[in-house]
Design a protein around this ligand. Structure first.
Ligand code: ZN
Length: 163
């Protein structure tokens, strides 16, 4: 097993240093302030990357793809402050599927979710639940996985809140 980290610090690149962030209460204007707050949030989110990659053991937390570049995904509803427990490290395919429900294509390739629904990571369970439900109508194996899974009421509530 390689110890090389596959996660790349994409979120923080190009946002420069955070020097002077605190001293700008005067005259920067609301737009600039909003932009700056967003940049700070992006930086804080990126700051979680290292610990997230460790939790994920550098594998996608939905499909377990290894040796691919992983990206932080915030499981909706997204809180005001980035929250470690509400983030997942996902491969490109899973990230796209999670972000674009309308472009999600059900199919056999998502059978991995039948395992993920048993994950120790609540955020991963939530996404597995959502993605399984999106294809339960057309995929018998997804229906079966949903019937077999035991999901805590909190996970259930979270999964419904963000859809
Ligand atoms: Zn994946």
């Amino acid at each position: 097993m390689s110890s090389r980290e596959t996660w790349r610090d994409e979120g923080a690149s190009g946002c420069g240093s955070l020097d002077g962030v605190a001293a700008r209460a005067d005259g920067s204007g609301l737009m600039a302030k909003g932009f700056q707050e967003n940049q700070e949030r992006v930086a804080r989110l990126a700051g979680l990357g290292k610990d997230l990659a460790r939790r994920a053991r550098s594998k996608c937390e939905l499909c377990e793809a290894a040796g691919v570049s992983l990206k932080i995904y915030e499981v909706p509803p997204v809180p005001a402050e980035p929250d470690f427990d509400r983030c997942l490290m996902l491969c490109g395919d899973c990230h796209a599927a999670a972000e674009n429900p309308r472009r999600f294509e059900p199919g056999e390739r998502w059978r991995c979710l039948a395992q993920t629904i048993w994950s120790e990571v609540p955020a991963a369970q939530v996404m597995a639940l959502r993605l399984l439900r999106r294809q339960a109508a057309t995929q018998p194996w997804a229906r079966e996985a949903l019937e077999e899974a035991y999901v805590d009421p909190e996970i259930e509530a979270w999964a419904e809140k963000g859809e």
